[in-house]
Design a binder for this molecule. Structure first.
Ligand code: CA
Length: 100
């Protein structure tokens, strides 16, 4: 049986391939696949992006090798950055509630 953290890692990998397998290279996200992943899995995050070209900007940020595709290594940077931001928010909330 997978531990909680192993389960979370497994879920991240499965989510990536669920969207990357739709068109083109099965192991990378095209811009359309990235957009669908953001909409399907990070809807709240996308909703608070004020820039209407945010998918374009996110794609550009993530595509560090500039091949027009987002591979898993590039994608995991987004998950890491968002997880760090969520943690900071959570810690701040607990501090404000006097629980930390
Ligand atoms: Ca790339």
């Amino acid at each position: 049986m997978l531990s909680q953290l192993e389960g979370a890692m497994d879920a991240i990998i499965k989510v990536f391939y669920k969207y990357s397998g739709k068109e083109g290279n099965k192991y990378t996200l095209t811009k359309a696949e990235l957009k669908n992943l953001l909409k399907g899995e990070l809807g709240a995050f996308l909703k608070y992006q004020k820039d209407p070209n945010s998918v374009e900007a996110i794609m550009k940020d993530l595509d560090t090798n500039q091949d027009g595709q987002v591979d898993f290594q590039e994608f995991i940077h987004l998950v890491t950055a968002l997880t760090i931001a969520c943690n900071e928010f959570f810690v701040e909330l607990l501090k404000n509630q006097g629980k930390l």
